[in-house]
Design a binder for this molecule. Structure first.
Ligand SMILES: [Zn+2]
Length: 180
């Protein structure tokens, strides 16, 4: 217990708190945060992440938001060209309105590497116990082909659920949740 409290003390700062509660209570807190619209990152246990994904990604929601399994050839391309294995297993696809390029799992991870740096992405992927869950992330997809945001210009401020990129993964990177 003493070591646990020392570890918590080392983590807590202006942007981070540690919450201790039952798995059911943590799922409730995440669900309420999703509905509130505020942006937050949760580091939860693998079983808590599975419970969050099972709650959030109902078959109905998968269908509505176009979440599909990332095909094997795209996973191979992600591994060979981006050097990332087993990060994202499900993603939707958004066409760029300007050039027609389709934004999916590969483009999302490419943008993540550019935005956060390989060291940060690899540190997340090296987590053995924790899964990262993004709630209402503020990043906007950018087309790697023409540099336009998806959807373009001012419409990005009032994006419909179907215009947002969604993803989920099996391990350290569990995915994102947003209200509909
Ligand atoms: Zn484009």
């Amino acid at each position: 217990m003493k070591e646990r409290i020392a570890a918590v003390d080392a983590l807590v700062d202006n942007a981070t708190c540690v919450i201790s509660a039952s798995d059911a209570a943590i799922l409730e807190i995440v669900a309420k945060t999703v509905q509130s619209g505020v942006s937050a990152t949760f580091y939860v246990s693998r079983s808590q992440a599975s419970a969050i994904n099972a709650w959030y990604w109902s078959p109905d929601r998968r269908r509505r938001l176009g979440l599909e399994e990332v095909p094997p050839e795209e996973l191979t391309r992600i591994e060979q060209e981006l050097g990332l294995v087993d990060v994202v297993h499900f993603s939707n696809r958004l066409p760029c309105e300007k050039c027609g390029h389709v934004y999916g799992a590969y483009e999302f991870l490419q943008q993540g590497l550019q935005g956060h740096g390989r060291a940060t992405v690899e540190a997340v992927m090296a987590m053995k116990n924790a899964s990262l869950v993004r709630v209402n992330p503020s990043e906007v997809p950018v087309c790697p082909n023409c540099g336009e945001t998806i959807p373009p210009g001012e419409s990005a401020a009032v994006r419909r659920p179907i215009d947002i990129h969604y993803y989920s993964g099996p391990g350290p990177y569990a995915g994102c949740c947003r209200p509909e």
